[in-house]
Design a protein around this ligand. Structure first.
Ligand SMILES: NC(=O)c1ccc[n+]([C@@H]2O[C@H](COP(=O)([O-])OP(=O)(O)OC[C@H]3O[C@@H](n4cnc5c(N)ncnc54)[C@H](O)[C@@H]3O)[C@@H](O)[C@H]2O)c1
Length: 284
């Protein structure tokens, strides 16, 4: 297994931009590819701001920040998404991720590792139509990726053990604490955390309490963020897709049923902080 020396991140949204920041911060020349030039512009601003904050806090020198930024290539041309490790962080849809991995497999050699940041889709299913599925692996960062210490490493049925070892070592090089998770829907954290969102949405749907009250109470009881503030941070659309995928994977088990409140937010484009509006208004 060759050493991972270069990184490509596909999808420059909430997660992709954070993962790319980690890569350049830790010395990896990194290509950040997205279909949307606007997403790339926003990502570039966010990465520069993220590194800038570290400089302000004396956690990074200005020279190290400049060197990190020089390692970053922003790309709307998918042809540039070639690296030892490609991490995809695009929308949570199996069809989109399948198509993407097939294209990445053509662009890259058979020994390039293809990792998915999926929150819920089974790695075995993701890998099935990809040439050389033994190099497909789950590498699940948490939001915000530069700050959250945990990364789940997930092997599908076909994943070669040395591939899982290599991405785990890479995550540790990025300063993360890793945990191996079995290839079950939602892995560990999202499976348990799903009920935080699903049950809170039910409380609001049943008029037991308003969402702001639920947030305030849960924060007062010790949770760092209330469920609605957290959904806004995650992306209401992403959170809804993850719940929908898990509901399907668990064969419509009612305890994972998505909420019509979330469906409505998605339909209205109220996708959370990234859209300026979710459960709360961020336009100011
Ligand atoms: N948001 C979270 O808190 C969080 C946490 C952990 C994991 N994840 C997972 O990370 C992945 C990305 O989630 P996100 O919240 O960053 O999404 P997002 O909606 O913020 O960003 C997705 C980006 O992917 C781009 N994109 C879509 N299709 C593409 C394609 N074919 N090629 C290139 N770019 C494409 C979009 O333009 C967009 O910029 C999902 O699988 C999600 O489940 C999300």
């Amino acid at each position: 297994m060759k050493d991972i020396q270069t990184l490509a991140v596909v999808g420059a949204g909430t997660m992709g931009q954070g993962i790319a920041q980690l890569g350049i911060q830790h010395g990896l020349p990194t290509v950040l590819f997205d279909l949307s030039p606007t997403a790339l512009e926003k990502a570039q601003t966010a990465i520069a701001a993220g590194l800038g904050k570290l400089v302000e806090k004396n956690k990074l020198t200005a020279e190290a920040r400049d060197a990190a930024l020089a390692r970053l290539t922003m790309a709307t041309d998918m042809g540039l998404a070639q690296a030892d490790l490609v991490i995809e962080a695009v929308v949570e849809r199996l069809d989109v991720k399948h198509q993407l991995f097939r294209e990445l497999a053509v662009l890259n050699g058979p020994d390039t590792i293809l990792a998915s940041n999926t929150s819920s889709l089974p790695i075995t299913q993701l890998a099935a139509p990809v040439p050389n599925p033994e190099r497909v692996v789950g590498l699940h960062f948490f939001n915000p990726a530069p700050l959250m210490p945990l990364v789940e490493v997930i092997s599908g049925v076909a994943t070669a053990p040395e591939v899982a070892d290599a991405v785990e070592a890479l995550a540790q090089r990025l300063g993360k604490t890793t945990v191996r998770a079995a290839d079950a829907p939602g892995f560990i954290v999202n499976r348990v955390a799903r009920h935080y969102y699903v049950e809170s949405l039910k409380v609001v749907e049943e008029n037991v309490a308003q969402f702001e009250v639920v947030d305030d109470l849960l924060e007062a009881s010790g949770f760092k963020m209330g469920p609605f503030r957290l959904m806004d941070l995650i992306g209401v659309d992403t959170n809804f897709s993850v719940t929908s995928a898990m509901y399907a994977s668990f064969h419509q088990d009612a305890k994972f049923r998505p909420s019509r409140i979330q469906q409505q937010k998605v339909d209205a484009g109220h996708h959370g902080r990234k859209a300026g509006r979710g459960f709360y208004d961020y336009s100011k």
